[in-house]
Design a protein around this ligand. Structure first.
Ligand code: MEV
Length: 442
């Protein structure tokens, strides 16, 4: 039976674990040993991880893999990917190699503006509010100088602040809608600090504004927060080649493949059930790089899916066409990423991942991440429209099944060889392990 606890966060790590295992586990020693098994023996490194969040009891590992051979705007990259799904890195590597021989990926950052809003309630005359806003706007910017000084020195800062009337949606609801350039920082802290200062100045100044009646002066700030919807922080990645060059799989001509591929993309453009899975495959690549580079994958996910619905219906993030015998495949997505601040200077593996990527600027990282998404989608659609997804997927999943049955190195070697020429299914693998073990026990 569970019980509640107060003051949990004040307990030492060891006492926290004691409480967890006493409360939730029957075999207390097992649970404790499992948790401790993942502690790092380097105490400084462990403490660093402990202090990332509250109530840390252990570390949760994900594999960090690499996908080499990504040619992006004529520079070669090996892309780091943190992900648990067995086939993702293999698929990315395959797509990278495929396009390496066909000119590589071309990318372009379209825009880098980010948005933050102060949501407030005002019950009075709109024109008076507008007049107040115009009067106070320079002071809103002036009062954030301490926050914006360094960012401005580097060429970023607040781009604009607008007053938005949202009273059609909610009575008395208005916004200060601000746009920002945060350069190599993802910018969440910077934007939120600016917004909270705007809110304070806005409220304080309203109390002094002579144009307002006594009631109008009483502006209620509801909240101040950045938006993870960043349709103006946009990047494009594309690949193209002659249709004839797509045909190295003899069972299907380049033209047949290109047509089928475009059809598959068209289906994801019009059919939300398919679009969600199609985009999920894209996010396999995107999230893995976002995570490996210490960025906020929840923010990226939320923003990307909102963008996929921007026309009122959830749709594909990628597009494809054949024009004059040339196959063209591209993605345009919003990505708010940072290569300074946050975990980027703290987590040793994140630092390593960024170094592997030639220490990219945020703009460069946007392009690399978009490519990872496009490559992943290419690999998925290529399998789906030719061999089917399970062939490659189950090949990669084979190791998971073997590990589930605690196969030793010899068994793994024999069975991976065996399944190079045989179809992998869960049952087939179990049967093969059993046969092998019976044979060895004879
Ligand atoms: C699996 O993680 C991703 C796919 O389902 C993507 C797709 O269907 O396009 C293979």
């Amino acid at each position: 039976m569970s019980k509640s606890i107060s003051g949990f966060s004040k307990l030492s790590k060891s006492k926290k674990i004691d409480w967890i295992v006493d409360t939730y586990f029957s075999k207390t020693n097992d649970a404790k040993a499992i948790l401790k098994q993942y502690w790092n023996s380097n105490e400084t490194l462990q403490q660093l991880h402990d202090e990332f969040i509250e109530n840390t009891i252990t570390n949760y590992y994900l594999p960090l893999g690499v996908a080499p051979n990504f040619l992006i705007n004529n520079t070669l990259y090996t892309i780091p990917m943190a992900i648990e799904e067995s086939s993702v890195v293999a698929a990315a590597s395959k797509a990278a190699k495929f396009w390496l021989d066909r000119g590589g990926f071309k990318t372009k950052v379209i825009s880098t503006n980010k948005i933050g809003q102060v949501h407030f309630m005002y019950h009075g005359n709109f024109n008076t509010l507008l007049q107040f806003f115009k009067t106070v706007k320079p002071k809103l910017i002036e009062d954030t100088k301490a926050i914006t000084k360094n960012m401005e020195l580097r060429g970023g800062g607040i781009l604009d602040i607008e007053l938005k009337d949202k009273t059609k949606d909610i009575k008395g609801y208005y916004q200060l809608h601000a746009s920002f350039e945060t350069l190599d920082a993802m910018g969440a802290n910077f934007i939120n600090s600016c917004l909270e200062q705007f809110a304070k100045t806005f409220k304080d100044e309203a109390l002094q504004f002579e144009g307002f009646s006594k009631e109008e002066k009483n502006i209620q700030i509801v909240m101040s927060i950045l938006s993870n919807y960043v349709p103006d922080c946009l990047v494009r990645a594309e690949v193209s080649c002659d249709v004839d060059r797509l045909n190295e799989n003899n069972s299907i001509t380049g033209e047949e493949f290109a047509n089928k591929f475009v059809q598959a993309v068209n289906i994801a453009e019009v059919e939300p059930y398919r679009a969600v899975t199609h985009n999920k495959g894209i996010m396999n690549g995107i999230d893995a790089v976002v995570l490996a580079t210490g960025n906020d994958f929840r923010a990226v996910e939320a923003g990307v899916h909102a963008y996929a619905s921007r026309h009122g219906k959830y749709s594909s993030l990628t597009h494809a066409k054949i024009e004059n015998g040339v196959f063209n495949f591209w993605i345009e997505i919003p990505l708010a990423l940072g290569t300074v601040g946050g975990l980027t200077g703290l987590h040793p593996l994140v630092k390593l991942a960024l170094e592997l990527l030639h220490k990219p600027s945020a703009k460069e990282l946007m392009q690399i991440v978009a490519v990872a998404g496009l490559a992943q989608n290419f690999a998925a659609l290529r399998s789906l429209t030719t061999t089917g997804i399970q062939q490659g997927h189950m090949k990669m999943h084979l190791m998971n099944i073997l590990n589930q049955f605690e196969a030793n190195d010899d068994e793994k070697h024999t069975l991976t060889e065996h399944f190079k020429n045989n179809t992998v299914t869960h049952n087939a693998v179990v049967e093969a392990i059993n046969n092998l073990r019976v044979k060895h026990s004879d």
